[in-house]
Design a protein around this ligand. Sequence first.
Ligand code: FAD
Ligand code: NAP
Length: 304
Amino acid sequence: MYDTLIIGSGPAGMTAALYAARSNLKVGIIEQGAPGGQMNNTSEIENYPGYDNISGPELSMKMFEPLEKFDVEHIYGIVQKVEDMGDFKRVSTEDAYFDAKAIILATGAKYRLLNVKGEETFTSRGVSYCAVCDGAFFRNQDLLVVGGGDSAVEEAIYLTQFAKSVTIVHRRDQLRAQKILQERAFANDKVSFIWDSVVEEIQGDNIKVSNVLIKNLKTNEISNHAFGGVFIYVGMLPVTSMVEGLGICDQEGWVVTDDHMRTSLPGIFAIGDVRQKDLRQITTAVGEGATAGQGVYHYLESLK
Ligand code: FAD
Ligand code: NAP
């Protein structure tokens, strides 16, 4: 029986583990991939205090290393179900289960699909959701980035180091991204924009993407553009399938908590991007991790 099991080792989960371990709790952290979560998908982080500029994988390792000083147990597994058994909680993967007195859900968010014709067919054949992972495969090509948020604009700028040109297609005529990112994109000669428009269809041959049909939402006109790759950044969806049925999510699937990161079920906490909130950032994720790591200690004390 663990005192607390943390699901997900992104910045939120790793910080919660650090705080819980420093309170001398028996801590396990279950992760399906490398520690760091979404941070591993970005090359430059410029808004994490203490660093002017640090790569996502490097910051991930810097957050992981302090855990090695403590007895945190790292468990590899894809969590499929969380059950509230009353006195304790049960976390099940495909072939095992683990019991804990308290659970911290830190499963983050995943890319939203565009759901247009050709997207699925050409995924990994020119359609990508990760510029850091795939950008270098697109040297000297004309690329399309879909979306108008921080991810789309930041990753479009990142792609200019490989690409011949990067076009951002956005469904409105104003970007959602932070002003500093907007200014950088507008100042970059390789970046251009197609406003008020959406992707209608991604086309290609047997091997890879060759062109994209783009619809202007104001005129309904559809135009055909040659692109060697399409990077899709149209927002995120919460990763909450394992807690479906527990009644702790809002209508869109984000987990609802109070200021102490407690869900409506005693002993189940949620932190980071998976929460219903306004600002999904590394700074907010680690702050919530600290709150929950400490909160679990107080919760367990209250049971004594
Ligand atoms: P995540 O980072 O999503 O981590 C969740 C972890 O849970 C993952 O490791 C995942 O594998 C694991 N997990 C999920 N489901 C399961 C399961 N069933 N079983 C086991 N493990 C599971 N924020 C900034 O502050 N600055 C930036 O510059 C910045 N750049 C970004 C660039 C991109 C391209 C993206 C996509 C995001 C960026 N963000 C940035 C946002 C930031 O990365 C997130 O806000 C932050 O990572 C959220 O942390 P988290 O720990 O809540 O979740
Ligand atoms: P986001 O902020 O939700 O932006 C999604 C973008 O995609 C919006 O511009 C949206 O258009 C557009 N969009 C959504 N559905 C669409 C559709 N079906 N077709 C066409 N366009 C569509 O998502 P994000 O950019 O991935 O960012 C997610 C979170 O991570 C945010 O909290 C963000 O701040 C954070 N993040 C931070 C940084 C950083 O700090 N440097 C970097 C990356 C991400 P509308 O604008 O019209 O809604």
